[in-house]
Design a binder for this molecule. Structure first.
Ligand code: LLP
Length: 418
């Protein structure tokens, strides 16, 4: 459920006509609904009513400051994978004790920053990383709170690029090796074992894989208890899918029921790392049609947004619905929606049934709130799009469109070239 609806044939975001925002800020731009963001965050949180839990929004899905601030103000935690996300998260007001840190390649300087801040938990993904965390903590005279990310070898039935809990993936430590890793961690002088973690993938549209992963973790927790290693936090990662087209993912309540059936009276504190399910359908990418082109093979709708703005269709062949900002009774065509970039992978949609758009018209690429702006780039020296937030009848730019001066701001010539 989101807040991008038509009123008299015109798309609104909450109470603001999208066309009005386009006239004010230009195109392309990302547009977020404050009400949808809030609603989705609370839907996930409140799906686990009686449980000791922390919803750590997964920053990577959309790291824009205004969104982070909204979730911090709602009492949320944060799942980070870099020093940059830690920096942004603290700036947005997340309590350090609400931050968990995942990722296979944490650098010592990033680990040090997280230790100095005093985060809730490092989700450690290898034995070498465990040693590094221990060494960093020793040098800072601290104890590092650690969970081991377990790779339960579960197929999440999603795109291979976003499957992370199968044994061929780089993530985590296998369930078979995790016990030894925990025993080792328990011996280390500057590590405190506090939790267990897994994240099996993203855009998962059934509960089965979550249940299977959790069963593997619960078994391991039992064996750790026998060894006298006590776990406080059970971090089940993110991954709950959304509807882009025809998917029918479980609602947060169904997801929560499946999780709770497995962890019910374990006394563990549940940590969740949802990203897409909170922000995905709370954002759209608004673009203007520049040209129409017809070849003997195909029709093209050429837009002012390209793969540098929204990479998902090019990278994963991801489907995003494309809607006109103003609807009328015109005939439908079948066309590719493509951007201005000089590669044939630069498309937002292929072979899509669409209104017969004319140059100058606006369209909305739906469900672009997650992994949209966050994965955008300056490829082809295109300035990154503006981002806009709507709340009720108000809208405001939360990130201005980049300028050409921004494009070269970080560059310099070494002396020998000056
Ligand atoms: N926790 C960890 C450790 C993760 O790696 C991820 C996502 C999440 C949580 C959040 O997962 P979510 O709830 O959003 O599914 N760029 C891809 C998605 C990559 C996901 C990476 N990890 C896409 O556009 O589909």
């Amino acid at each position: 459920m989101h807040h991008f609806d038509y009123v008299n044939g015109e798309m609104y975001c909450e109470q603001v006509p999208v066309r009005r925002i386009a006239d004010a800020v230009g195109t392309p731009f990302y547009l977020y609904s404050h009400a949808t963001l809030k609603r989705h965050f609370l839907a996930v949180r409140d799906a686990f009513p009686e449980t000791d839990k922390l919803v750590c929004y997964s920053a990577k899905a959309n790291t824009s400051f205004a969104l982070l601030k909204l979730f911090a103000d709602l009492g949320g935690g944060l799942d980070i994978v870099s020093g940059g996300e830690l920096y942004r998260g603290l700036k947005a007001g997340f309590a350090p004790q609400h931050i968990v840190y995942s990722g296979v390649g944490k650098r010592p300087d990033e680990i040090n920053a997280a230790l100095e801040t005093g985060i809730l938990q490092f989700n450690v993904e290898s034995l070498q990383e465990l040693e590094t965390v221990n060494r960093c903590a020793g040098q800072l005279n601290k104890n590092a709170p650690v969970a081991i990310r377990v790779n339960p070898d579960v197929d999440p039935h999603t795109h291979p690029y976003i499957s992370t809990g199968m044994k061929k993936n780089k993530f985590g430590i296998s369930a078979a090796e995790a016990l030894a890793a925990y025993r080792h961690a328990a011996q280390l002088a500057h590590v405190e074992v506090v939790g267990i973690d897994c994240h099996i993938g993203s855009q998962i549209t059934e509960v089965g894989p979550f249940k299977d992963a959790l069963a593997s973790l619960m078994e391991l927790i039992g064996r750790l208890q026998q060894d006298g290693i006590a776990i406080r936090n059970l971090d089940i990662g993110g991954g709950l899918g959304i509807t882009y087209g025809r998917e029918t993912p479980p609602a947060p309540g169904e997801y929560a029921a499946a999780i709770m059936a497995a962890v019910a009276d374990s006394g563990l504190r549940l940590i969740l790392e949802p990203g897409r399910v909170i922000v995905g359908n709370a954002g759209v990418l608004v673009s203007r049609v520049l040209y129409r082109k017809r070849t003997p093979e195909k029709q093209f709708v050429i837009t002012d947004a390209g793969m540098n703005d929204l990479l998902r269709p090019s990278l994963y062949h991801a489907y995003h619905e494309i809607k006109p900002v103003v609807v009328d009774q015109r005939p439908l065509i079948v066309a590719d929606v493509v951007g201005p970039i000089c590669e044939s992978s630069d498309f937002l949609a292929t072979e899509r049934e669409l209104p017969d758009f004319s140059p100058g018209e606006l369209l909305a690429v739906m469900s672009a709130g997650a992994y949209g702006f966050a994965m955008s780039s300056n490829y082809c020296s295109r300035v990154r799009a503006a981002e806009v937030m709507v709340k009720g009848g108000d809208f405001g730019v939360i990130r201005r469109r980049e300028t050409y001066a921004d494009l070269t701001a970080l560059e310099q010539l070494p002396d020998f070239m000056a």
